[in-house]
Design a protein around this ligand. Structure first.
Ligand SMILES: O=C(CO)COP(=O)(O)O
Length: 254
């Protein structure tokens, strides 16, 4: 049985002051939700603060939104896996569609970052997903196959088992248009099939696959009830402590 993992991707939102009042109410709301993994992914500027607050709470961890694959060097504006780990963050989101489309990240770059994250004992949350044009052209499986084989190339099964994947159809991100539970399940089942191809069936069964794209309290139950959906990566709705707590509670109760 895979443990569900629900993550809040705050993107470029929330100052330290915002994070402080958010955590005041959120941590109270989810104090008893210990059946699932909960992750808060703030912007880098609030990561030290959030990690420090969460160090006193066993079941909620922090994560970063991006990182560079090198350990250090002349890479202005970048930060390394070791720097994230130093803050006691446990996760890092890699290859988010906003990074892929706005900042030119390729599967090859995502692959280098994924390997560097694993080497630094960070758990990568590797994002994949098709655009609307690709879905309309009937290319969903082809796109997911390319992204998976490229982003996860050369990662041994033992390490792959602990990688978290996030299926985020680009057309559902920030649009209010959620994939139906059936559409999401179909994609997740296909992703697991590809994982079995690139590793083995037992490893594929262990990998947790989150769904992301306009997840809200109202659609959480139907999405999280699907057999291959093991959690959510939540953007907009994660900015409101009460809404994100509701999503956590609904998921934990399933
Ligand atoms: O991109 C997302 C999470 O990483 C999803 O964002 P929304 O929940 O705002 O659609």
């Amino acid at each position: 049985m895979r443990k569900k993992i629900i993550a809040a991707n705050w993107k470029m939102n929330q100052t330290i002051a915002d994070a402080a009042s958010y955590l005041d109410s959120f941590l109270l709301e989810v104090a008893d939700e210990k059946r699932i993994d909960i992750v808060i992914v703030p912007p880098f500027t609030a990561l030290a603060y959030v990690s420090e607050r969460l160090s006193k709470v066993q079941h909620v961890k922090s994560g970063a939104q991006n990182m560079h694959w090198e350990k250090n060097g002349a890479f202005t504006g970048e930060i390394s896996a070791g720097m994230i780990r130093e803050l006691f963050a446990r996760y890092v989101v890699l290859g988010h569609s906003e990074r892929r489309t706005l900042f030119g990240e390729t599967d090859e770059i995502v692959n280098k970052k994924t390997k560097a994250a694993i080497a630094a004992t960070l758990t990568p949350i590797v994002c994949i997903g098709e655009t609307l044009a690709e879905r309309d052209a009937g290319q969903v499986e082809q796109v997911l196959h390319t992204q998976l084989t490229g982003s996860l190339a050369g990662i041994p099964a033992k390490e792959l088992a602990d990688v978290v994947l996030a299926y985020e159809p680009v057309w559902a991100i920030g649009t209010g248009r959620t994939a139906t539970p059936e559409q999401a399940q179909e994609a997740h089942a296909y992703i697991r099939k590809v994982l079995a191809e690139i590793s083995d069936a037992a490893t594929a069964e262990k990998v947790r696959i989150q769904y992301g794209g306009s997840v809200k309290p109202g659609n959480t139950g139907a999405l999280m009830g699907q057999p291959d959906i093991d959690g959510a990566l939540v953007g907009g709705a994660s900015l409101v402590a009460r809404d994100f707590a509701e999503i956590v509670k609904i998921s934990a109760a399933l």
